[in-house]
Design a protein around this ligand. Structure first.
Ligand code: ASP
Length: 343
């Protein structure tokens, strides 16, 4: 569906007045109802909906597609209630919050990334500065923090991380007293990511993702999110994909790159996500017990998602709707194509 820039600005203004469709438990299961519109934003989890809506607003206000992605992700990074993205995220085993993020811009195939950075409010902005202002793609740890501070990005005193130490550190100490030293466990509730994919009015694609990673991780652990091709991949000829879930099960397979490659072969975004999971499950000793999820958006504005487990929820926002959808859940009984909507 083609709309002019003026029509877009008018209809984007209406989105604030739009009824809020779908959230959490009430998520819809049909993933194609707004397929084909531009611009469109697709993101992970119900919390991505607020990020999408901000992104749409930024674009309507005259911002660029990258501004939209960056500022959309700011919403999640700033959410004090969110325990898996930004400085309020779960700390590592030492009680420190280390953040991962990356961003890609389709035209020119640009990418920037930051890993294990501490005390920076918006890691997505560090990733964007790495992309736009350095000859590098990825900065990590102290160097990334220093770079962010030199760029004037908002930082907090590392000491303020003490506020995060309380329950996590106590829990770790308790474990030490009572049990053998523990490796971090995947307990589903202790990790998530905002991955946000964007298709602009002119057909350009962009995307970003941001996470505090796996709560209780070994200090220095880096997940899939800041790894280009794993947590995120954008190919301006084909489409974009992003991941959330246990990064170790995504980064060994270049998951998001694979989703885009399946779209290149002609698969619908939903089926590309599902086929990526099936392929990983065929190779992985854990089979479908992987705790991974993908979202995808193609150049035509078609989108979809798939995950292991019970119906991963993702958010989609265009000028006509903003909603949370539930993707098909794949398990070892999933042998054929998922869903029915593969037009
Ligand atoms: N993929 C993230 C990581 O492994 C966490 C998540 O999205 O659940 O760091």
């Amino acid at each position: 569906m083609f709309i002019s820039r003026r029509q877009f600005v008018l209809s984007a203004a209406a989105i604030g007045a739009m009824p809020s469709l779908g959230s959490g438990a009430g998520a819809e299961t049909t993933a194609r109802t707004v397929s084909g519109e531009k611009p469109v934003f697709v993101s992970t989890w119900p919390f991505g909906k607020a990020a999408n809506e901000k992104a749409l607003q930024v674009l309507a206000d005259g911002g660029s597609l990258l501004d939209a992605v960056e500022q959309g992700i700011w919403v999640t990074e700033s959410d004090a209630e969110n325990r898996s993205v930004g400085l309020s995220g779960f700390p590592d085993a030492a009680g420190v919050v280390q953040l991962d993020a990356c961003i890609m811009f389709g035209p020119g195939h640009k990418a920037g990334s930051v890993a294990a950075v501490e005390g920076i409010r918006h890691p997505i902005s560090v990733a964007r500065r790495v992309m736009e202002k350095t000859p590098h793609v990825m900065l990590a740890g102290d160097g990334a923090r220093q770079f962010a501070i030199e760029e004037g990005l908002e930082s907090v005193e590392i000491n303020s991380r003490e506020m995060h130490q309380s329950w996590w550190k106590k829990r770790a100490e308790k474990n030490r007293e009572t049990e053998e030293p523990q490796r971090p466990k995947d307990i589903r509730e202790n990790h998530d990511t905002i991955a946000l994919l964007a298709l602009g009015l002119d057909g350009s694609l962009a995307g970003g993702c941001s996470t505090s990673g796996w709560g209780g991780k070994i200090p220095g652990r880096v997940g899939d999110s800041p790894i280009i091709g794993s947590g995120l991949y954008v190919d301006n000829e084909i489409g974009a994909a992003g991941a959330t879930g246990l990064g170790e099960n995504v980064m060994r397979y270049c998951g998001s790159f694979l989703v885009v490659e399946y779209m290149r072969q002609g698969l619908h975004p939903e089926e590309a996500c599902a086929e990526t999971i099936r392929r990983i499950a065929r190779l992985d000793p854990k089979g479908f017990d992987l705790s991974i999820n993908f979202i995808a958006l193609d150049k035509q504005g078609r989108f979809g998602a798939a995950g292991t487990g019970q119906g991963f929820e993702f958010s989609v926002t265009s000028t006509t709707t903003s909603r949370v959808l539930r993707s098909p859940g794949l398990s070892d009984t999933s042998v054929g194509p998922v869903g029915g909507n593969t037009k």
